[in-house]
Design a protein around this ligand. Structure first.
Ligand code: MTE
Ligand code: MO
Length: 160
């Protein structure tokens, strides 16, 4: 935690910012306080780390799906097949990054209640930046902390 905390801080203790970019009609920059503007959800999770064993944490924050829908992904929401070709890349301040498929978090498909957490064990993440929370994951590797960029990618639509 202390490493990502230091990396996410910009000058003079400013709050971390998260950039939403890619195939979006409304790209955005959001702080952790901005993320309080969506309905807040709670998750109590356990995940296994390859190096430190099973970890237990409590998180709160908005659904990733709610935040990304407001950023206007460029698919036709009425055509379900269109959404199946989108990917979501998530990167932390230390460069750790991972992919989700759009379908994984879509209420019509995988329905995974993935959060962009604003609190971790009742402590605010305002300076560290939000943390990706995937209650469906057995392993902790996608619980990316200090999230600084999310890129929505509809590139596979090029297959027609
Ligand atoms: N930014 C960032 N987030 C990360 C990682 C990382 O290297 N960088 N490691 C992941 C891994 S492998 C695990 S198991 C969990 C560890 O979470 P913990 O520190 O709460 O145990 O964080 C995940 N989130
Ligand atoms: Mo891990």
């Amino acid at each position: 935690m202390s490493q990502s905390f230091a990396a996410a801080r910009t000058t003079a203790g400013q709050a971390a910012e998260l950039v939403l970019a890619g195939d979006l009609d409304n790209p955005a920059r959001l702080t952790v306080p901005d993320l309080l503007g969506w309905p807040q959800h709670r998750a109590e999770v356990a995940f296994e780390c390859a190096t430190s064993g099973i970890q237990y944490h409590r998180f709160t924050g908005p659904l990733l799906h709610d935040v990304l829908m407001d950023a206007g992904p460029v698919f036709d929401p009425a055509r379900r097949k269109d959404r199946l070709r989108f990917l979501i890349a998530v990167r932390g301040t230390d460069g750790h990054h991972a992919l989700l498929s759009w379908a994984e978090i879509d209420p019509d498909f995988g329905r995974a209640p993935v959060l962009l957490a604003v609190t971790l064990d009742d402590t605010g993440l305002d300076l560290a930046g939000p943390q990706l929370v995937l209650p469906q994951d057995r392993c902790g590797a996608r619980y990316i902390s200090g999230v600084e960029a999310i890129h929505v990618d509809g590139g596979y639509r090029a297959w027609g």
